[in-house]
Design a binder for this molecule. Structure first.
Ligand code: FEC
Length: 317
């Protein structure tokens, strides 16, 4: 019989319905319920995105299914991979995924996050929760911390950048006139004082994607900063757009490299909020398509999982 290897696929999570937004938001805020106006504002953002639904759930479901299929397609003959979801802020939570594996009799597993860059505040916190539950459940699990320079990931992003630059050219712009804005979710500035690799990894991905796509006119900027009193990493994409328009840049291609799916931070913060600013500035703004289930992304994840399994001697060459 083939040995079963568990794969804990971790992702941010999204509410199931508008009624669930309050519990979700309270979880993000570490148990502190949002004020009524904050809740209304978040619900309004969800209502404004395509169809007023929660696309991240379906995207994560499909990514997990496709990864399992890809792993079993590539698998060494002696193992079968079974993927489990573990979400940071929604059901099934990270703890639920780990417990389910143990209940299903899995004793060896690998964990990976659907976010390529490591920060103690993002991937680090997913891993901490999974590790703690795995220890309680007597499950052996090891983790992939980041994969921000995987060649297939870089290829997938670079192709998306090139495709959208072609789209700009079709509308009459010159390729080199388009400013490519690589972006990622901001985090509180204090991460830098603890030597967190997040910003450096994002800059490395940006450089690699720019090189592969043959782009020299680019810069990195942050997006989606939290609404808290402490300083967050900047400049924010909206400020960057304003500054560039003052320098007479008329074409901008925003390329979120820290996200792998269509969700609120892309479909609202970029497609609605940043587009509104672009209109006010009389700038033409496009966005690269999200990776979602791009086979190159699925192969990136599968490669990382298989490499980790070989390192841990869970499978043979
Ligand atoms: O579509 C969806 O339903 C979910 C979209 C979504 C993704 C996402 C990814 C990241 N976040 C990261 C950090 C923070 C920090 C805070 C924070 C707050 C929110 C709120 C919403 C939200 N995030 Fe998120 N994030 C998404 C959605 N995020 C909604 C709450 C309202 C708001 O501020 O807009 C601040 C929490 C605090 O108060 O301490 C920090 C990071 C990522 C990318 C890595 C990953 O996916 O894990 C980092 C998707």
């Amino acid at each position: 019989m083939k040995k079963k290897i568990g794969v804990l696929v971790m992702s941010y999570g999204t509410p199931k319905s508008l009624d669930d937004v309050e519990a979700y938001y309270t979880h993000i805020r570490r148990g502190n319920p949002p004020a009524p106006e904050q809740l209304k504002e978040l619900k309004d953002r969800y209502k404004a995105i395509v169809g007023g639904v929660f696309p991240l759930r379906e995207n994560t479901d499909r990514q997990v299914e496709d990864l399992q299929a890809e792993l079993n397609r590539q698998q060494p003959a002696d193992a079968e991979f079974v993927c489990y979801q573990g979400l940071k802020h929604a059901y099934p939570f990270i703890e639920d995924g780990v417990k389910q594996m143990a209940e299903d009799g899995i004793t060896e597993a690998v964990g990976i996050v659907l976010a390529p860059h490591y920060s103690t505040m993002s991937v680090g916190s997913y891993i901490k929760r999974a590790k703690e539950t795995a220890e309680e459940a007597g499950l052996r699990i090891s983790f992939i911390e980041s994969y921000h320079l995987h060649p297939l990931l870089i290829e997938a992003f670079a192709k998306r950048v090139s495709d959208k630059l072609d789209a700009f050219v079709e509308t009459g712009a010159k390729r080199e006139e388009v400013k490519v804005l690589f972006s990622a979710h901001s985090l509180p500035e204090r991460i830098l004082s603890i030597g967190d690799p997040y910003r450096d990894q994002l800059l490395e991905t940006s450089e690699a994607v720019a090189e592969k796509a043959g782009v020299s006119n680019w810069q990195f900027t942050w997006q989606s900063a939290g609404r808290t009193a402490e300083p967050w990493l900047g400049p924010d994409v909206l400020d960057t757009m304003k500054e560039l328009s003052e320098q007479d840049v008329r074409y901008m291609l925003v390329s979120p490299l820290g996200f792998v799916s269509d969700h609120l931070e892309v479909l609202y913060d970029l497609d609605i909020e940043a587009q509104q600013v672009a209109e006010e500035l009389d700038v033409r703004l496009m966005r690269i398509d999200s990776l979602n289930t791009d086979p190159l992304y699925m192969r990136t994840l599968a490669d990382c999982v298989l490499a980790e399994c070989r390192k841990e001697a869970l499978v043979h060459e």
